[in-house]
Write a protein that binds this ligand. Structure first.
Ligand SMILES: *Cc1c(COP(=O)(O)O)cnc(C)c1O
Length: 436
């Protein structure tokens, strides 16, 4: 498969080039030049296919011959080695629990797929690869876990010290060891990001080190997120025997990677009627859907902080697919947004009435789905993107009860932190990288 840039100023890239580059040089985003259509037999059999079988059928269309089928099969089976269950919360309202992976948030699937594809290519060429990431919390742990013990790759994470990431997040970043090194920067997230950017611009360093980023806009993080939608459809078929209403997905969104993956699944032929863009008050995309004006602005902090994005990068992909037409986008996507009070109220209500505990992001997905179903008949699935225990303070406050932390998350709290402290100075980072 070849990939073009949404800015169309650079030549097309193959899968390997697209994932090593991450961002095309013209600052656009990579998209496949054509959308593979899966055979009708695939859709008819969805309910009898396992998650890895679905993943392989979809992934091979995007990877092509660049990774031999047997190797791709191995990659997929390692990436998808946990359950993604579908739970019925109310009549015609289902929760797709994407948080049963190692870091308890949905980003595991994308990060693991990217890690293993990169590893395949560097092992083939006997290279060593260094992944450099600045993180404000969640992305770092998914990336760190995704690359943990992956051959040929070392990971250097930069995170802001002094309590700027939560305790659980810091433990997740600093207790892995092995090929993961955490640098605790005596500064802010912006300092971390600036140091990483300087490294990528330093040609002397890049001549000596094979550096890549694991940025969330990498196409290899997007592709595997489309697996969820096929899988959910199969589970829905199993649950309901026949699907008699239009099927709608509600996606709690920040950078719109997950939602774009849903659009990709729909374009590949999955019978999705609409996708709900469910947002917190950082509502740039719902605003666009109602006004036609895309107006990025600084993000505002909320309790669904993984969605605090003021300039969602994947909008470029969405817009490209609809050729800039608002009307066309509205045919597929409906936007809703909620504030923190509404989010907490929904969390409490569903916990009390249905004994189902959501996290703040999932709660926004639930609310968006209900709003859509108020005016349209639909069977709905909302994506539950994180385990409630990852946001324990917010969740316990909302329901006024203590909740249990899953054993493996609790276990990481017991381990001792290993991090190298560093001043927010690029020369220090460079010295460190060259000494490794
Ligand atoms: C990253 C994240 C989101 C937002 O996903 P996007 O693909 O950026 O829209 C939602 N919920 C959680 C828990 C996340 O970590």
């Amino acid at each position: 498969m070849q990939y073009y840039s949404t800015n169309r100023q650079v030549k097309q890239a193959n899968f390997r080039e697209a994932i090593f580059k991450g961002l095309p040089a013209d600052n656009g985003l990579f998209l496949p030049i054509n959308i593979p259509q899966l055979p009708s037999s695939f859709f008819e059999n969805l309910s009898s296919l396992s998650l890895p079988e679905i993943g392989l059928a979809v992934a091979k269309e995007f990877v092509g011959e660049e990774i031999p089928l047997d190797d791709l099969k191995k990659i997929i089976s390692e990436v998808l080695n946990f359950e993604i269950p579908l739970r019925e919360v109310e009549n015609n309202v289902f929760s797709l629990e994407l948080y049963h992976g190692p870091t308890f948030a949905f980003k595991d699937v994308g990060a693991r797929f990217l890690a293993r594809c990169l590893s395949y290519f560097v092992t083939q060429s006997k290279e060593q690869l260094t992944i450099l990431v600045a993180t404000s919390g969640d992305t770092g742990s998914a990336v760190a876990n995704g690359f943990y013990n992956v051959p040929g790759i070392e990971v250097i994470l930069l995170y802001p010290g002094g309590g700027k990431v939560s305790k659980i997040q810091e433990q997740q970043l600093t207790t892995l060891g092995g090929n993961i090194t955490a640098l605790e920067i005596n500064g802010t997230f912006d300092d971390c990001q600036r140091m990483v950017k300087e490294a990528f611009l330093d040609s002397e360093l890049r001549g000596k080190k094979n550096l890549t980023s694991a940025n969330s806009i990498n196409i290899a993080r997007l592709i595997p997120q489309s697996f969820y939608y096929f899988h959910a459809f199969g589970l829905l078929q199993k649950n309901k025997n026949s699907i008699d209403k239009p099927v709608v997905f509600s996606v709690p969104s920040g950078n719109y990677g997950n939602l774009s993956a849903g659009l990709l699944a729909k374009k590949m032929g999955l019978g999705v009627d609409h996708i709900v863009a469910a947002s917190n008050i950082n509502k740039v995309v719902p605003d666009y859907l109602s006004s036609g004006v895309f107006d990025p602005r600084p993000s505002v902090m909320t309790i669904s902080n993984a969605m605090d994005v003021g300039d969602p990068s994947n909008f470029a992909r969405m817009n490209d697919w609809y050729q800039g037409s608002l009307e066309e986008m509205q045919k597929d996507i409906a936007g809703y947004w909620y504030n923190d009070e509404q989010t907490k109220a929904a969390l409490l209500k569903i916990y009390k009435e249905k004994q189902y505990l959501m996290d703040p992001h999932g709660a926004i997905g639930y609310l968006g789905l209900k709003a859509y179903q108020k005016i349209n008949e639909a069977t709905g699935i909302f994506l539950e993107t994180a385990h409630p225990a990852k946001f324990i303070d917010v969740v316990e406050e909302a329901i006024d009860e203590k909740i249990e932390i899953p054993a493996s998350l609790a276990a990481c709290l017991e381990q001792s932190k290993v991090a190298i402290e560093m001043e927010p100075d690029y020369e220090k980072l460079k010295e460190f990288l060259l000494s490794k």
